[in-house]
Design a protein around this ligand. Structure first.
Ligand code: PLP
Length: 500
């Protein structure tokens, strides 16, 4: 190996280490069970093993990889593990990983068509394929963003631009002519909607979190009433964000009814399908996006449940002209001869520099095909439905929300539960038991699940989304929950007895 004070790594070294790293990745995919799914690091553990000063002299890739294995890997929580069921079990895939190598090798900045025509045109084509796969009408045009948070914020910015209040030029501060702008979304919507409103100067208190029904879906009557009340108060309704697959329970808002209200009041409708929207690729799940055909914008996240390494969010908008109106600024150094006849994606949002993300989606879609994508998603849904039915049949478990996709919300509820102590409330007991159970199971390192609270109840979530997850993995998670809950329940009851 040679080290030069100038230039890049020696090309033969690059080739050799490149092969070694591919082998490392293949082993990682083949034997994920060698790592605990949830990292066992304590805060500061990793930093304590790293030098505080930067390296002065060159180091070998072998030394760097040794530290990667010894220091970095113990601090990794394995999102790509088949028993990762927390949050939304996202998944990369081998073609996505290979594409990331090429993206890094090319290091393209796709800010303008000219700065890599293929990056722009592949993004247009690939997002149009995905649009067809989920059944959106062909007047939706797509752009890749890093995350759904950014996509939804961009949607709200577009809605604001469409109001024609000259906010782009004059801003919002100090304007007595501007009413309060109001964003509507459900109480179960993702926090990114509120964040978008914060960034855009709309303000948290102008985000109406519309109550949900028993199945965690936006209550349409409450939405209608909130809009009427706001108009009566002199406020200006701006947009409604409906969710297809809410974060806690994956509930699906009644988008067709919400779309009708939006039409009536000329409100922008944005559909947040970050997790659930991709399910529409499965023909018999197409209905989940019913009503999205009336939306002004839609986001789905291939980096959540479409085998594409993070990050890649697909943002669809009916009228990209609004985005250009909201965001395009053309200093001399960014002008190009063909600017009026091509897509320059820098005009479609906040960021100028853009990674060549379309390549990984292209490779994933081509490697699996629409049918292969649908088959894998269908299998995740089947596994979740099967296990949800088992949970319903189990006298010691209770499902706490419907399971429209591949995420199960449930809790342990021992069938013979009485605390035997009037001072101890059963719901409080169950919350403590379920939290302790989840922590104990996650500490085994075999699986990783996360939680939410539904109507005050501590809820365990199993989100199936990894390309390598099998029914066995999910059954094992439930078995671990049952075993640890039974032990902890016994211990807690003894504790209560002895405290009497
Ligand atoms: C419904 C929904 N919308 C938006 C987001 C935010 O996604 P991102 O991390 O891509 O910003 C999430 C994240 O889980 C989500 O569940």
């Amino acid at each position: 190996m040679t080290h030069s004070i100038l230039g890049d790594m020696d090309i033969d070294d690059f080739r050799r280490h490149g092969h070694e790293i591919i082998d490392w990745i293949a082993d990682y995919f083949e034997h994920p069970e060698r790592y605990p799914v949830l990292s066992r690091s304590e805060p500061g553990d990793i930093k304590a093993q790293l030098p505080t000063n930067p390296p002065t002299h060159p180091e070998t890739m072998s030394d760097i990889m040794r530290d990667f294995d010894a220091i970095i890997m113990p601090g990794i929580t394995h999102w790509n593990h088949p028993a990762f069921f927390a949050y939304f079990g996202i998944t990369g895939s081998a073609p996505g990983v290979l594409a990331e190598f090429l993206t890094a090798a090319l290091n393209v900045n796709g800010m303008l068509w000219k700065t890599s025509p293929a990056a722009t045109e592949l993004e247009e084509v690939t997002l149009d394929w995905l649009r067809q796969m989920i059944g959106l009408p062909d007047d939706f045009k797509g752009v890749i963003m890093d995350t759904a948070s950014m996509s939804s914020m961009t949607a709200i910015a577009a809605a604001r631009e469409r109001l024609g209040l000259d906010i782009r030029r004059r801003g919002m501060a100090g304007r007595s002519d501007l009413p309060r702008l109001i964003v509507y979304t459900s109480a179960q919507a993702h926090s990114s909607i509120e964040k978008g409103a914060i960034v855009l100067g709309i303000g948290q208190e102008n985000v109406r979190k519309i109550p949900v029904d028993d199945n965690f879906r936006m209550n349409v009557d409450a939405l209608r009433q909130a809009i009427t009340d706001d108009i009566a108060a002199g406020h200006l309704p701006l947009c409604v964000v409906a969710t297809v697959g809410t974060t806690s329970t994956t509930s699906i808002d009644p988008v067709p009814e919400i779309a009708a209200i939006c039409r009536e009041h000329k409100l922008w409708l944005h559909v947040d399908g970050a997790y659930g929207g991709v399910a529409a690729i499965v023909p018999e799940m197409r209905h989940v996006l019913a009503g999205a055909e009336f939306a002004d914008s839609v986001v789905i996240n291939p980096h959540k449940w479409l085998f594409t390494p993070i990050d890649l969010s697909a943002f669809y908008i009916r009228d990209p002209h609004i985005l250009r109106q909201a965001f395009s600024i053309l200093p001399e150094y960014l002008k190009t001869a063909e600017q009026d006849s091509v897509t320059n994606y820098m005009d479609w949002g906040v960021q100028l520099g853009r990674r060549f993300r379309a390549l990984k989606l292209w490779m994933v879609l081509r490697t699996f095909g629409a049918e292969g994508c649908a088959a894998r998603l269908r299998e995740h849904i089947r596994i979740a439905q099967t296990v949800a039915a088992d949970i319903d049949a189990d006298p010691d478990l209770e499902r706490l929300a419907p399971t429209p996709f591949s995420t199960i919300c449930f809790r342990v509820k021992p069938h013979d539960l009485t605390t035997g102590n009037d001072d101890i409330d059963v719901e409080t007991y169950l919350n403590t038991l379920n939290e302790a159970t989840l922590n104990a199971v996650n500490a085994t390192g075999e699986v990783y699940m996360s939680h939410t609270k539904l109507n005050g109840r501590y809820t365990i979530r199993i989100a199936v989304g990894n390309i390598r997850t099998t029914e066995e993995h999910v059954r094992r998670a439930v078995a671990l929950i049952k075993a640890h809950a039974s032990r902890l329940d016994g211990e807690m009851r003894v504790g209560i007895e002895s405290a009497k």
